[in-house]
Design a protein around this ligand. Sequence first.
Ligand code: KIV
Ligand code: ZN
Length: 521
Amino acid sequence: MTTTDRVVIFDTTLRDGEQSPGATMTHEEKLEIAEMLDDMGVDIIEAGFPIASEGDFNAVSEIARRSKDAVICGLSRANFKDIDRCWEAVKNAGKPRIHTFIGTSPLHRAIPNLTQDEMAERIHDTVTHARNLCDNVQWSPMDATRTEWDYLKRVVEIAIKAGASTINIPDTVGYTAPVESADLIRRLIAECEGGEDVIFATHCHNDLGMATANSLAAVEGGARQIECTINGLGERAGNTALEEVVMAMKTRSDIMPFHTNVDTTKIMAISRRVSTVSGFLVQPNKAIVGKNAFAHESGIHQDGMLKNRENFEIMRPEDIGLSGTSLPLGKHSGRAALRAKMDELGYDLGDNQLNDLFVRMKALADRKKEVFDEDLIALMRDEAADDQNEYLKVKRLRVVCGTDGPQEAELTLEIDGEDKSIDATGDGPVDATFNAVKMLFPHNARLELYQVHAVTQGTDAQATVSVRMNEEGRIATGQSADTDTVVASAKAYVNALNRLIVRREQTDVGYDEKDVSYKDV
Ligand code: KIV
Ligand code: ZN
């Protein structure tokens, strides 16, 4: 028997997280992430915004159909058309939920140009409509933390009366602070008619770096649902990170007597997967899931750790799914060792996937002596990119470098099944290579980001390259890893172009998310 209060975890990686520029995921990737969230014990999955695009609608419907234990929720603005579309998408879930919202602060009220009374009526009508379709309705006053108290209280009471069973209080622009966050929830529960009969949720953005603290403070004030994303993915500075709030409540249950249903040993695997599919690398010093979160470099720390790990560790790496020891694989390692290692890293691979990875691992071991966990994760990222039906593929690359440039690149690309080659020059080998790609596949996309990270240490380390491209507002990211930085760069660039081609096709058939705006109600 547990004596602590249960906090419901509502994950919005696939909705608020996917909304961050460049984080767009494919249909299959969304299904995979939803399955991982369900398997790790997340209570509610906000799977998307069904009216936003045909792609979003299909993803939410399929996630609903495949759901196991989790409630599947879709987002809708405060109009009947959005709500009907949302219901269509979630209704096949074992446990469906409609989430409807409207901006209630003075700034947000001005956008649809509704008076306070008109908006109040709209809230009553839309929540009633949602409730007639679905037993489980969540309502959010967007920008709640900048809404006048009297008006916030009034509209929350209207939503409760109309049948919403969860009232979410979003800090849409990351403006609140912990004391205020706790007070607001406490006051809403105490002073709103019906406030004791519903669940209050907290939904924080991280603009001032306080999302985790604000969410936990809201729980202290009486909220029993935290809205969050894996790796803190989300618009601007992101949303509250799931791994942070869950591990904070687990680690400090002495002062935060709350528990969740999340199997924390699955955190690392989903963090890696979300990083891969979103193209958003996790910063090395990120709490809980950063590469250095459990690394102890300095001599004094290492000495302390050897004497007693609790000297410098407040959580055990095993609690989030990291193995305590990390033995590298090499040229002579067999399939069984690779399978055991991948299981340990949280990858559940089928036989064919394992065989493909084994071939790549051997090829890598020929080029670098030891293959570390990070190398295998990078190989998995590349494999995911290769798996997709790609229009463009890097077939051959040779660069000529010298101190007295320009550098030259000879590149062969497979374009829609046909090999095409060209020589190009540039200011450095990467520039020459990118120029060659552009000559073979002319496009207007702007390169917005080019980043290189060494996966492990040593001069034979693999480099992970991330790029972000922007073509008239369509954003796509690409990643690749190789012991040769220029090869990794070419593959990452081509990977981003392939994703951009998919985005173009979606736009051409009118699926573009830009068609809807939070400003319309
Ligand atoms: O941040 C926000 O206000 C939101 C709402 C749509 C709930 O994401
Ligand atoms: Zn949000």
